[in-house]
Write a protein that binds this ligand. Structure first.
Ligand code: ATP
Length: 724
């Protein structure tokens, strides 16, 4: 990457690798968030000086006459160049110059930042909580070396002053204690007397982002050097991400290419990012000829709608007005409302009652032996499974005859059905429809199909120039079909999905999407994970594929590395809360992050609220949030149910709340196959939760789980030993 041979102003610059080559006359300027933060703290005179220096680097990364130095013992071998009282740390290759940090010229600072070991991971001094299960044997902690404890006895980079405490709105009652703290350790010693959130906020504020961490931040594109001034003055809110060449390709794919575009990829590979940049690119093209283009961006959960809206607003500014961000069900309801045809949705309980009635009222046919077999099939499936069969197979795929049902693929459905069984189910289905019609209500799938018919009848009433479907793995065919109908042309459809992250329904299949689209599109795969460390990504993957006979052999790439994730089992809720508090405290300290970077993901609202309270009782601010009231900017630990964490990300994540809960819930009637299907879905749900973590992950399971869901924590990937 930032490595090769450079020729500047006719001078051949030889890098340590000894190769040679030529370079661009002007480099593309990239920068890190840490650089922007450093710039934000400078006085106007220094800001101008730094901007002028950056301008020089754009034309020549190794300017003559300037004092510059390559830090050859530092990973990545960055350069540093002087600018007044400051120095800029940067690196370059034959196309890009990337600025990492600005540092005050003070030899001690350099020593601290450049000579310390690469980014420190979690401390190994976590509190001991004795309820943990025994550590398994094995050599899983060969990486323990990596977790070098940090020297916390050094003086703080700046003294704590009343001015700083007032600026951070620290309660007056804490001032005296905090003003006395001179080292990082002395700050930690305030624990118990000063709120943890305050201690972490101070650490975060006082310590600069270590160079190594800054280097791992995403590259942002600086188009014009003057944009730095506009950013500092608040005129410019954000910079664009430097996409990888493959991401760039899908984001800017020509609009008039034939057929829709599908982007696949594992967690954190930038699927949603590409979808957002695709919208930006399409808007640029569309607004040339159309004064008010209409773009629809849709995804499954309300939580994701909120966060996508915020990202689009940042990315598009005023042009965000052309983009509608909504769930498919909100759109369906609106269409039906306009047509005056809204029916209430059948609740699950009502659906159960109807399905039970339909089963009772549908006579069994054939010989007594055949009738017995039919009865046994129904018992094996159970009502919930039957209901899902109707909703996700028959209604969602709009199968309108028994013949079509006989031929239909039932992707992801574990209970096999022969022709006789399908014929019997079809009869029950017909009875179910009659009963449901009489109730005057409909299911979600029926509502979407209903909305689709309305769009077909008046195609211009609701049509979009572009439809982007993010996280399509959770949309059943009824939703995908409706969205396709809402788009003016098939080549304006853009779909992203990861089948492994399907957490609603019985699984996702690209076959269904292709069947809905009825035309061929382009499919592309993103492979590099930009979110999680390799350790977290691979641990989550090993958990997901636990027990699989032939795990998918896909090459995965990672940008970051860090400590191994932790897995623990605890006996009861008391120890669970202690363990969590310890983990969040220590992980936040290790990465010098605030509690706002932490998320706790739970199986249910009840578990989430209980643990949020338990953490608050331990002095850690924690708020339970539903998808509707998700606020990612709120301070303190965010506590969410696993389902609403989909598509989001947090530096520090714990999965907990399983102790004493009945998760995963199996209906009493569920057969073995139906249970297997539920388990597979819940394993994917856990996988989604784990892959939200960027840097640190802990999973807490019950000591006596009674379900195989909590198996699959392989000691090659999961750490059981570090004391938390
Ligand atoms: N080229 C890039 N350089 C740096 N960071 C990137 C790049 N592409 C994506 N990212 C970052 O990686 C993270 C994951 O991206 P994104 O959410 O788009 O992935 P995803 O594939 O949609 O994930 P998931 O399916 O798990 O929800 C985000 O923080 C995003 O900003």
């Amino acid at each position: 990457m930032l490595n090769s041979i450079m020729q500047v102003n006719g001078e051949l610059l030889r890098r340590p690798d000894g190769k040679s080559g030529t370079m661009a006359t002007q480099w593309q300027m990239l920068m890190k968030e840490a650089f922007l933060q450093d710039l934000g703290k400078l006085q106007p005179k220094d800001t101008h000086q730094i901007i002028a220096k950056v301008n020089t680097l754009v034309h020549n990364p190794l300017p003559d006459g300037d004092v510059k130095k390559q830090l050859i013992y530092h990973p990545g071998k960055p350069y540093r160049i002087r600018s007044g009282d400051y120095r800029i740390l940067y690196n370059f290759d034959d196309a890009n110059v990337c600025v990492y940090r600005i540092e005050r010229r003070n030899e001690n600072t350099y020593k601290q930042n450049l000579m310390t070991a690469p980014i420190e991971g979690l401390d190994n001094e976590f509190d001991d909580v004795r309820a943990f299960s025994e550590a398994p044997t094995g050599d899983a902690w060969y990486q323990e070396e990596w977790f070098k404890p940090r020297d916390t006895s050094r003086l703080l980079p700046e003294p704590i002053t009343s001015e700083l405490l007032n600026k951070l709105h620290v309660p007056k009652g804490y001032h005296q204690r905090l003003l006395a703290a001179k080292t990082e350790q002395e700050l930690y010693n305030c624990e118990g007397q000063v709120d943890d959130a305050v201690i972490l906020q101070l650490i975060h504020e006082l310590f600069e982002t270590p160079l190594e961490q800054a280097m791992q931040q995403p590259n942002l594109v600086l188009k014009e050097v003057d944009d730095l001034l506009r950013y500092k003055e608040g005129e410019l809110l954000t910079f664009l991400l430097h996409l990888s060449p493959e991401q760039e390709k899908y984001a800017h794919w020509p609009m008039n290419a034939s057929g829709p575009t599908f982007v696949k990829g594992g967690p954190g590979t930038g699927k949603s990012t590409v979808a957002l940049y695709r919208i930006r690119s399409l808007l640029e093209q569309l607004t040339k000829t159309n004064k008010a283009p209409r773009i629809l961006f849709t995804t499954y959960t309300k939580a994701l709608i909120k966060s996508s809206e915020q990202l689009l607003q940042q990315l598009l500014g005023n042009q965000a007005q052309y983009v509608r961000v909504d769930t498919v069900d909100k759109l369906a309801r609106e269409l039906l409302h306009h047509a005056g045809q809204v029916k209430d949705i059948l609740s699950e309980r009502e659906q159960f009652a109807l399905i039970k009635q339909a089963v009772d009222e549908t006579p069994k046919t054939g010989s007594p032996l055949q009738q017995l077999a039919q009865k046994q099939t129904l018992e094996r499936m159970g009502y919930e499974y039957l209901l899902q069969e109707f909703n996700t197979v028959i209604i969602a795929r709009q199968l309108n005859s028994v013949d079509n049902y006989q031929k239909a693929s039932r992707n992801g459905r574990k209970v096999r059905l022969n022709a006789n069984q399908r014929a019997m189910l079809w009869k029950i289905y017909e009875r179910f429809c009659a009963l449901q019609e009489a109730s005057g209500k409909e299911t979600w799938q029926q509502r979407r199909a209903h909305a689709e018919r309305i769009v077909e009848q008046s195609p211009l009433a609701q049509s979009y120039d572009v439809v982007v479907i993010d996280e399509a793995q959770d949309l059943d065919p009824s939703a995908i079909r409706l969205l396709i109908k809402l788009c003016k042309a098939p080549n304006r459809i853009f779909v992203t999905a990861d089948a492994n992250q399907s957490i609603y329904g019985s699984g996702f299949s690209w076959q269904d999407v292709h069947a809905c689209l009825k035309f061929q599109g382009r499919t592309s795969i993103l492979r590099a994970n930009y979110r999680s460390t390799q350790e977290i990504g691979e641990a989550a993957q090993s958990y997901l594929t636990y027990g699989a006979l032939e795990p998918e052999q896909i090459e995965r790439q990672y940008i970051h590395s860090g400590p191994m994730p932790d897995a623990r089992s605890v006996h009861n809720a008391y120890y669970e809360a202690q363990l969590l508090a310890s983990f969040f405290r220590k992980a936040a300290r290790s990465f010098r992050l605030t509690l706002g970077s932490c998320a706790l993901l739970c199986p249910s609202e009840h578990a989430g609220k209980t643990l949020a309270q338990a953490l608050s009782d331990q002095g850690l601010e924690a708020t339970f949030m539903t998808g509707d009231d998700l606020n990612l900017t709120r301070s303190g630990i965010k506590v969410l149910v696993l389902h609403s964490s989909k598509g989001l990300e947090f530096p520090i994540v714990a999965l907990a709340g399983f102790v004493g809960s009945s998760y995963p819930y199996f209906p009493s009637s569920a057969s073995e196959e139906a249970q297997r299907e539920i388990l597979a879905r819940e394993r994917r749900t856990m996988f989604v939760g784990m892959t939200r973590a960027m840097r640190a992950l802990l999973v807490i399971t019950p000591t006596d789980p009674g379900t195989s869901l909590f198996e699959g924590f392989d000691a090659t990937y999961w750490n059981f030993t570090r004391k938390i």
